[in-house]
Write a protein that binds this ligand. Structure first.
Ligand code: SF4
Length: 714
């Protein structure tokens, strides 16, 4: 039996795993005792990874050879790799020549490795000549990115996992981390056991498993986060919990924010948030008057039409109280996907460029053009995830190239997504799994490697870069994502820009990595000192790690200098806005969506194991007992949940985790178990039959967390 160290492919905690195998089959998995994220622990998902990679499941679920669908609606048939790659390049080049670069949209994934991401980004921005490359990280972390940049000047989570044990107050807001980031939550529990006086505040409309363990649960009304943070700042000012000397020395823009939060009196904040005034005062005291306060937050803030403001208003609290740049303190976004961080590092979003450079900055565009050896990089922002699919639905985008993600289940407003996939002239799906909801829409399916086979790097929530190593050969004819992208890029270059063929001459993932790390020289995330060899000998490392450094940096902004032009952090004077779709007489329930403990995204992998359904086996809508009684519902009665975009029928479940007028449905279930209908009565899968495509105007992240629904007995 052979052991190979790698990284769990599920969430942004980024746990190290040891894969046991015989060179052909993966036979077991255990936590890597030396990995600084998890020190040997794994959650239910990570500890069953080997079972999802068994030969029988691989045979049933994996895409094992390139397939071409000659006619929509008909079965796809096998073709050789050469035929598939030539066809992809031919169709994309033709569309490029006939309709321009803007007619091609490339939609990738926070589950790709950094090396995959790098090649895709370069292909679109350096070869095709547009910025229409976006990723499902847009659905995950783009509000956190925008919030950090607006306040601290760079997309750089300033904290480390070790801060969880060092904090005196932990403010968890918009996150059920007990389920969504389980191993990090275990570390938090360890910290509390060692330091029982540590206070936990959890702000969440639901009484989740995380909230149930809090010293103070703030069940705020859905969408009222900014009002809560402004109200806490009002109280911190009133009670003297702010740090005027820190504000004066290290920040700017406080006066405008101070004027704004004057109106967020305890009474007004209580009215806007539904919280009690004395709980607000307790939270303000614990946050501001604590030696070290750490905020942990995730999709509850990010997946919102006001996501950037929510992130920035939370960071305001840390700046005003000096709770940043010291052990146990700071705003700490929890990354949803395993490599949303790595994708951001290479600039793999429609509005970013390599190494945290900005598309809007002409100097940054010129730097990237120089690095890639191209005359220029286009300045026009690309289309973000929802915009890209809306453009395809409108006929503006003619070709969609989708890699390692399942938009036909995971995007909001599935009726619109289906229109996009059907109207696009050519859809490429590059995937490990043949069973996703997007597969039937693809004209060309390209088999990709997955966990256990992939080779490269990922970055977790604490800026720590880990190696992902292959244990076994690729299943069937699957190839690495970076390799497929580079092969197609060279073929496109032959047709539209022969001088750029050599831009994609990569022999190994390490050669991609070396180009990426050079692009970071002098940037906030400088990793010019980090090589594959160093990762081999010294293990996972945090960025920055510039040339000459012997180890990464655990904590940012300890010297009080921020990544802005002035070196000072900026307070964000953001207004409080109502939900994109508040409940009303016609749609009187607030529907929230979220994760289950043992499932991951659309269940392509976790859904293959019976044991992962032991925790929650069937979809249901959680309703408050009072609403169950008011609607005359018994446990398990079927109800129709209807929004402005579609409807679902599923069992009702009485639950004291939700308050009256609120409802909750897990995000994972797809069409095999939960098929809904769009407004025209056509079948669409899962909870995204209901959700709204409204998105934050700054981060472009959609409001997947909330929509207004009507619920009635079916
Ligand atoms: Fe994998 Fe996340 Fe579980 Fe760690 S906490 S084992 S990274 S799913």
């Amino acid at each position: 039996m052979v052991q190979t160290r790698s990284t769990c492919p599920y969430c942004g905690v980024g746990c190290g795993v040891v894969i046991e195998h015989d060179g052909a089959q993966i036979t077991g998995v255990s936590g890597d005792p030396d990995h600084p994220a998890n020190f040997g622990r794994l959650c239910t998902k990570g500890s069953t990874l080997h079972l999802t990679a068994s030969a029988s499941i691989t045979r049933q679920t994996r895409l094992l050879q390139p397939l071409l669908r000659a006619e929509r609606g008909k079965p796809a048939t096998p073709v050789t790799w050469n035929t598939a790659l030539d066809l992809a390049a031919e169709r994309l080049s033709t569309i490029h020549q006939q309709h321009g670069a803007d007619a091609i949209g490339v939609y990738i994934s926070g589950q790709l490795l950094t090396e995959d991401y790098y090649v895709f980004n370069k292909l679109v921005k350096g070869l095709l000549g547009s910025n229409h490359v976006d990723t499902n990280s847009r659905l995950c972390m783009s509000s956190a990115v925008a919030g950090y940049k607006a306040t601290l000047g760079a997309d750089a989570p300033p904290c480390s996992y070790e801060d969880l044990a060092l904090a005196d107050t932990v403010f968890i807001t918009g996150s059920n981390m007990a389920w969504a980031h389980p191993i990090l939550f275990r570390r938090l529990e360890d910290g509390k056991r060692a330091k029982p006086e540590q206070k936990w505040i959890v702000a969440d409309p639901r009484r989740t498993e995380t909230a149930a363990m809090a010293d103070l649960h703030l069940p705020l009304l859905p969408g009222s986060d900014v009002a809560l943070y402004h109200g806490l700042l009002h109280l911190m000012l009133w009670e003297g919990f702010t740090k005027p000397a820190y504000i004066a020395a290290h920040t700017e823009g406080f006066d405008a924010l101070k004027a704004r939060v004057r109106d967020f009196t305890p009474r007004e904040t209580a009215r806007l948030t539904g919280l009690r005034e004395d709980d607000l005062l307790t939270a303000a005291r614990w946050f501001g008057d604590s030696p070290a306060t750490l905020s942990l937050y995730c999709q509850g803030l990010n997946q919102s039409a006001d996501g950037t403001a929510k992130n920035a208003a939370l960071i305001n609290l840390h700046l005003a109280s000096g709770q940043i740049g010291k052990p146990g303190a700071g705003p700490f976004s929890l990354t949803g996907q395993p490599n949303a961080m790595g994708g951001r590092e290479v600039g793999g979003l429609a509005n970013l460029l390599s190494a945290h450079r900005d598309l809007a900055n002409p100097d940054h565009r010129a730097e990237v053009a120089r690095l890639w050896g191209v005359p220029s990089v286009p300045s026009k922002p690309g289309k973000s995830a929802v915009e890209m699919f809306q453009a395809a639905a409108d006929g503006e985008i003619k070709a969609l190239w989708i890699a390692c993600t399942n938009p036909a289940q995971s995007m909001p407003d599935q009726a619109m997504v289906r229109r996009a996939l059907e109207r696009a002239e050519f859809v490429i799906l590059q995937e490990a799994f043949a069973t996703t909801a997007t597969a039937p829409f693809a004209d060309l399916l390209l088999p990709a490697t997955t966990w256990g086979e992939k080779d490269g790097t990922v970055t977790n929530s604490e800026r720590r870069i880990s190696r992902v190593r292959p244990a076994i050969p690729a299943a069937g004819q699957a190839r690495h994502d970076w390799h497929i992208a580079a092969d197609i890029a060279r073929r496109i270059a032959t047709r539209i820009a022969p001088g750029r063929i050599a831009m994609f001459d990569y022999a190994t993932p390490e050669s991609v990595w070396n180009e990426h790390r050079e692009s970071t020289r002098g940037r906030d995330l400088d990793i010019t000192g980090l090589s594959y060899a160093m990762l081999e000998t010294q293990g996972p490392q945090q960025w920055p790690l510039p040339e000459g450094a012997t180890q990464g940096q655990a904590r940012l902004y300890e010297d009080g200098r921020f990544a802005t032009a002035s070196g000072k952090a900026k307070f964000a004077d953001v207004p409080f806005k109502p939900l994109a779709e508040p409940r009303d007489a016609q749609y009187p329930f607030s529907l929230g969506t979220g994760r289950l403990r043992d499932q991951w995204h659309g269940m392509s992998r976790t859904g293959t194991l019976g044991r992962l359904f032991g925790h929650d086996s069937l979809p249901a809508v959680d309703l408050a007992p009072a609403d169950m009684a008011r609607l005359k519902l018994a446990e398990g009665d079927l109800v129709e949940v209807r929004s402005r975009r579609g409807s679902l029928v599923l069992p009702a479940r009485g639950s004291d985790t939700v308050l009256p007028t609120q409802a909750f449905i897990a995000m994972h279930w797809g069409e095999e178990v939960l098929t809904g209908h769009d407004a025209q009565g056509r079948p669409v899968p899962g909870v995204n039959a209901l959700t709204t495509p409204a998105y934050c105007p700054i981060s472009k992240q959609p409001e997947l967390k909330h929509c207004a629904v009507h619920i009635a007995k079916a």
